[in-house]
Write a new protein. Structure first.
Length: 123
């Protein structure tokens, strides 16, 4: 569901205040891979606010995997468990860092009825 935005609001998608565990994978500046456990604090179709113990520079590209237990992934209905994102911001908050992440592609597509009609200029 897309949200209409005014000039002050930059977000295109409504946020869901839901906690979801994620595994975060990426590369350190030295090139070594890392694996970190983190928790989403809120989620939208366009991105996520993630609490993690690792500082990541804005612009860092990472993979997020939602742990799936007790079933084989191939048996699940069509769903997403692996996401690719870019760090937009990283701020310290007590013993955690809060990462503002933008997904590589939105989790849902715009439906035709939600798109605004194009103006042809004709009267």
């Amino acid at each position: 569901m897309r949200r209409r935005t005014d000039v002050a609001e930059r977000r295109d998608w409504d946020r869901l205040p839901i906690s979801i565990p994620f595994f975060v994978r990426g590369r350190k500046e030295a090139g070594d891979e890392f694996l970190e456990f983190a928790t989403a604090l809120n989620l939208s179709a366009g991105g996520v606010l993630l609490a993690t113990r690792r500082y990541l520079e804005p612009g860092t590209r990472i993979s997020l995997e939602i742990p799936v237990a007790l079933v084989h992934k191939a048996q699940l209905p069509r769903s997403v468990s692996l996401l690719h994102a870019t760090v937009l911001r990283c701020t310290a908050d007590r013993q955690y860092f809060l990462l503002g992440l933008q997904f590589e592609a939105p989790l849902i597509e715009d439906s035709a009825d939600e798109k605004e009609p194009e103006s042809s200029g004709a009267v």
